[in-house]
Design a protein around this ligand. Structure first.
Ligand SMILES: N[C@@H](CCC(=O)N[C@@H](CS)C(=O)NCC(=O)O)C(=O)O
Length: 211
C-alpha cells in the first residue's frame, strides 16, 4: 500500500502534510497539481473528480481518500503511531490543536488564492502587502505568546504546531512581513529547519518547484 499526496510546491497546507509524512518517516508519492495562474489544474474536472473541494492537499492511502490538512494529519496520527506529533497528555494535546487551528482557520484562509481572486474580481480591489501582513500579525501576536522557550513551539519535541508554523512563516517571509516581534516563533522555525524532515518538505525541494 502506498501513500499518495496531491500537492503543489507552494501550497502551505500541503507543506504541513509533507512535513508530517517526513517526520513520521513515511514514504509517499507526490502528485503535483498546479495552482499556477493559467494552469489551475485544481479547478479542472480531472482533479475535481478526486477532490470536489478543488483544493490541495489531498491524500490517498489504500481505502482512505481525504482532503483538509488537519483531517489528513489526524488520520496519519491515528494510522501511523510509531512517531507521534500530538502529545499524549492534556492539556498540551489540546494546546497543540489550538495553535494549529489559529494558523489553519484564522490566518491561512484570509490569504488564500481564491479569496484574493474573489476580492479582485468582485470588488475591483487588489489586496496589498498590508492585507497580507495584517492577518499574519493578528495571528502571530497570539502565537508568540503561546510558543514555548523552545527549541520547538511546544518544548523539546516536534508537534503538529511546528508543521503548521513553518509553512506559514515561509509565506510571511515570501511576502516580506517583518518578523522581529516574534523571536520565539522565528527560533522554533530555525530549529525545525535544521532537521532534514523539514528541509525536504520545503517548497523548493518539490518535484514541481519552479525557478
Ligand atoms: N483548509 C484547507 C485549505 C486548503 C487550501 O486552501 N489549499 C490551497 C493551497 S494552500 C488551495 O488549494 N488553494 C486553491 C485556491 O484557492 O483556489 C486545508 O487545510 O487543507
Amino acid at each position: 500500500m502506498s501513500i499518495r499526496l496531491y500537492s503543489y510546491w507552494r501550497s502551505s497546507a500541503a507543506y504541513r502534510v509533507r512535513i508530517a509524512l517526513n517526520v513520521k518517516g513515511l514514504e509517499f508519492e507526490t502528485v503535483p497539481v498546479s495552482l499556477a495562474p493559467g494552469e489551475s489544474e485544481h479547478r479542472k474536472d480531472a482533479y475535481r473528480a478526486i477532490n470536489p473541494q478543488m483544493l490541495v492537499p489531498f491524500l490517498e492511502d489504500g481505502d482512505v481518500a481525504i482532503g483538509q490538512s488537519m483531517a489528513i494529519l489526524e488520520y496519519l496520527e491515528e494510522a501511523y503511531t510509531e512517531v507521534t506529533l500530538l502529545p499524549d497528555q492534556q492539556p498540551l494535546r489540546s494546546q497543540v490543536r489550538v495553535f494549529c487551528n489559529m494558523v489553519a482557520c484564522d490566518i491561512h484562509p484570509l490569504l488564500n488564492l481564491r479569496v484574493l481572486n474573489y476580492i479582485k474580481t468582485e470588488f475591483d480591489v487588489v489586496p496589498t502587502a498590508d492585507w497580507y501582513s495584517h492577518w499574519i500579525h493578528e495571528g502571530f501576536k497570539a502565537a508568540e505568546i503561546l510558543c514555548s522557550d523552545g527549541p520547538f513551539v511546544f518544548g523539546d519535541k516536534v508537534t503538529l504546531a511546528d508543521a503548521f508554523l513553518v509553512p506559514q512563516m515561509y509565506n510571511a517571509r515570501r511576502f516580506k512581513v517583518p518578523l522581529e516581534d516574534y523571536p520565539k516563533l522565528v527560533a522554533a522555525v530555525e530549529n525545525c529547519n535544521e532537521m532534514p524532515a523539514f528541509r525536504s518538505a520545503a517548497p523548493e525541494q518539490q518535484p514541481d518547484a519552479v525557478g
